[in-house]
Ligand binder design. Structure first.
Ligand code: AMP
Length: 125
């Protein structure tokens, strides 16, 4: 099945400037902003500006420039938020995909969460 991008999703609307966001960092291909409902003292979403649904879609279809820009931006977010291993005590990077991943917003995003110990990674039930 081909990836199908719905450009009415909330992050597409943020990228078009239709909805405000609390920007942490913006680069040529990437936007990072605070999650509206944070799960930890630090909770930032890093998204590509391109129309990618999920991690696997982005990693298989994005250009080299987009891929490099995204990951460098994510590292800068970690440093800027004081959770990188150089600046702080670490973080968790999470991305949910599709139905089994319980992805709510169908535009690829990486959650950077930290500022406290993050607990177990995955519930066993
Ligand atoms: P996921 O379940 O991985 O798709 O995560 C979606 C995330 O987007 C959740 O953590 C929401 O709190 C967050 N979110 C939804 N709407 C907004 C918004 N307008 N601004 C910032 N974060 C949002």
């Amino acid at each position: 099945m081909a990836y199908s991008y719905d450009d009415t999703n909330i992050f597409a609307r943020i990228l078009r400037g239709e909805i405000p966001n609390k920007t942490v960092l913006e680069t040529a291909h990437t936007l990072a902003f605070h999650d509206i409902n944070p799960s930890a003292p630090v909770h930032v979403l890093v998204i590509p500006k391109g129309a990618y649904v999920s991690f696997d879609h982005f990693c298989s279809a994005a250009s080299d420039a987009e891929l490099v820009d995204f990951h460098r931006a994510a590292a800068k977010v970690c440093a800027q938020m004081g959770v990188s291993l150089e600046a702080g005590d670490g973080f968790r990077a999470i991305t949910n995909a599709g139905q089994h991943g319980l992805q709510e917003v169908p535009h690829y995003h990486l959650h950077i969460v930290g500022g406290r110990p993050m607990g177990r990674m995955i519930a066993k039930d």
